[in-house]
Write a protein that binds this ligand. Structure first.
Ligand code: ADP
Ligand code: MG
Length: 360
């Protein structure tokens, strides 16, 4: 054996299973911290939901480990279809037939109800019927102009989450949105998908998973070394991959929204992709990034968008109200940060310039 006892590397090269998979089939044997236990790791990379997805998929069962990447590939595609409004699928149908009851998968009505609850609790900072406005701005999917005010106003008239209705009878689910409205679960679906994937992977034999859906991280179990995973938080002012803090987490989601992702630059102004249901404009937030740690990825994702839109003052007040939500906020001055008491001992800031306040 080599200098590292218990560690052997074996590479299985296989053809990509789906066109979307950029890279798959690399399996290595890794040694576990626990004595005598061998873990098998498969790494996955693919493009879906407009983002790069990467994962480390680990199982004590070699056969199971090799099947995990295929499972991610398939399920990501299924879940994207379930919640997308940008191509054919059930929610696309709900929007097309606005004003009518439409039968949908019950997972859609469940997530819709969660979205409505977050809309109410966030005073509409998070607004699931923002769709008409999203379609006027098109930030992140082709939009490069500030739309005409009359188009913004027309879109705004249709934004009102209280008009969404859902129904469940004998496990048949239906929903209806107001005529001319457009539902958009884009700010909550990715979080839901992260949690759903870790559950699917666990059922297929995975014991340790770190799944990164473009800044939305979902975790199953601990790291192969038997400790919490270290999740790096992106520096908003630097290139992708440069981090300013690390959060320790396991069996939960770590979700970050930042001002650095999708935006339009026009006449020296920057317009981000989170829109205000009050003004019809991209929110002018003084938050550089929000990270939320929660068992429920959808809850983390929805609140992440909501707090980001609220700005520092309101978001910090909300943190004090919702003590069970693990929040970490960085001010756009990149000098001040706030962390909820419930996760304070798990957040480590690497930048000595940043002053951290614990919110109790
Ligand atoms: P990301 O995908 O960048 O992590 P988010 O989770 O913050 O982003 O979701 C962004 C998406 O949410 C937008 O692309 C848009 O479809 C939708 N959206 C924009 N503004 C709002 C809002 N105020 N409330 C709910 N959803 C929004
Ligand atoms: Mg979100």
């Amino acid at each position: 054996m080599s200098a590292l006892p218990n560690t052997t590397f074996r590479i299985f090269a296989r053809a990509p299973l789906l066109a979307a998979a950029l890279f798959c089939g690399l399996s290595t044997l890794v040694s576990a911290a626990e004595e005598g236990k061998t873990l098998y790791e498969t790494q996955y990379q693919g493009l879906a939901m407009g983002t790069l997805i990467t994962a480390r998929l680990i199982s004590p069962d070699a056969k199971a480990a090799q099947k995990l990447e295929e499972l991610v590939s398939e399920r990501v595609d299924d879940y994207e279809t379930l919640f997308t409004v940008h191509r054919e699928g059930p929610l696309y149908e709900v929007n097309k037939r606005s004003g009518e009851w439409v039968e949908v998968d019950c997972r859609i009505t469940e997530l819709t109800e969660k979205a409505k609850a977050i809309a109410e609790a966030s005073d509409r900072a998070f607004e699931p019927t923002i769709g008409t406005l999203v379609n006027v701005w098109k930030i992140g999917f082709g939009g490069d102009q500030v739309p005409a005010r009359r188009d913004i106003d027309a879109a705004l008239k249709k934004v009102d989450y209280t008009k969404i209705e859902t129904q469940r009878e004998d496990n048949v689910c239906r929903m209806r949105i107001g005529k001319g409205q457009s539902i958009d679960l884009g700010a909550i679906a990715k979080g839901w998908i992260g949690t759903a994937l870790t559950q699917d992977l666990e059922a297929a034999g995975a014991t340790n998973v770190i799944l990164d859906l473009g800044g939305n991280v979902a975790l199953l179990g601990k790291s192969p070394a038997g400790r919490a995973w270290n999740v790096g938080i992106q520096r908003p002012d630097k290139e992708r991959g440069q981090i300013f803090a690390v959060v320790k987490a396991f069996d939960e989601s770590v979700i970050t929204s930042g001002a650095y992702e999708r935006k339009i630059e026009k006449d020296g102004k920057s317009y981000g992709h989170i829109l205000s249901p009050e003004t019809g404009m991209p929110v002018a937030t003084d938050i550089a990034s929000v990270t939320i740690v929660d068992k429920d990825g959808a809850r983390a994702d929805g609140w992440c968008t909501a707090l980001f839109a609220m700005g520092v003052e309101k978001a910090v007040k909300k943190m004090a109200e919702k003590k069970d939500l693990g929040v970490f906020i960085l001010d756009s001055d990149l000098k001040r940060a706030w962390v909820s008491k419930c996760i304070a001992d798990r957040v480590k800031i690497l930048d000595p310039e940043v002053k951290l306040t614990v919110v109790e």
